[in-house]
Design a protein around this ligand. Sequence first.
Ligand code: ADP
Ligand code: F6P
Length: 320
Amino acid sequence: MNKIAIITSGGDAPGMNAALRACVRYAIDSGFEVYGSERGYAGLVDGSIVKLDSRSVSNILHRGGTVLKTARCPEFKNVEVQKIAAENLRKLGIENVIVIGGDGSFNGAKALSDNFGISVVGIPATIDNDLAYTDYTLGFDTAVNTCLVAINNLRDTMGSHDRAFMLEVMGRNCGDIALYASICGGAEFCLIPEVPYDIEQIALTMKENIKNGKASNMIIVAEGVADKNEIAAKIKNISGIDVKFTNFGHIIRGGSPTMADRMLATRMAVRAVEVIKEKKTNRVIGIKDNQIFDANITDALSMPRKLNEELYRVAGILAK
Ligand code: ADP
Ligand code: F6P
């Protein structure tokens, strides 16, 4: 019988469980035997691979995180360690692996395929939205929505005290969470790693804003942008404005997935199983213009990420 193993790997993301559930149920309905491996690649290496049935994935659709657990497993870059995982899969007669994770996890999948001939399919799941080949990754929508709830709360305080706030959001080297949160949360300034910024200009614009009746100012700054305390200190120096700093940190990585993430997870999972049924190998699943597609993993990983210039321009105009 054809067998599939599923792992969740890298940073957890809302929607991983929804994808796991849909993979398991659709694969079983298609006649596959399905296995789950715990803690990403670490579980494949130490042999924590268990059989799953439809009931194993009950009551997880709405839960953030991942019930399969996840881990960073840097030793998996070593081909000898990959060999142990490949042997563990072979012992169980498993030829296919679905990897639910980000670009690092996809590199691990590619290694399993290139070095040991295992058929792999990747489902993109990371709050960072940093994979160029797909419009969206699982977890991004939920993370931005969580930012918006927190921004609404901050706005109450900002408005009441006429204060300036700077808040940091995750995203590794990608500014998408910051950009989308800035547009939808109405931030006055958005600092992302993809675009150079001028602190002096920001400080002077804040002063001008206050003069023109915009009494509270919000700066959303992406994780990949240099020292936040330094930015706040420079603004104070130039303009005399005190900027309160809040880091949302891991708070935005958890939480019940939104409708958009549950739907995306389900559609991508179904496609991943279809790809295995069609005996295609080394594929990743993506979404472009609301159409689910699959692509070659090497091609997908080599696509350079581009900033959405249009959105960045709009963020600037609406902040005035
Ligand atoms: P994400 O998948 O969210 O980008 P990481 O970058 O931490 O998260 O990658 C997740 C895991 O994928 C790593 O801990 C490691 O086990 C595996 N991995 C990452 N890069 C490679 C690589 N070049 N070769 C093999 N495995 C890799
Ligand atoms: O990739 C998801 C992410 O949350 C990034 O935004 C962040 O840079 C990183 O993971 C944090 O990783 P960790 O939880 O291992 O500190």
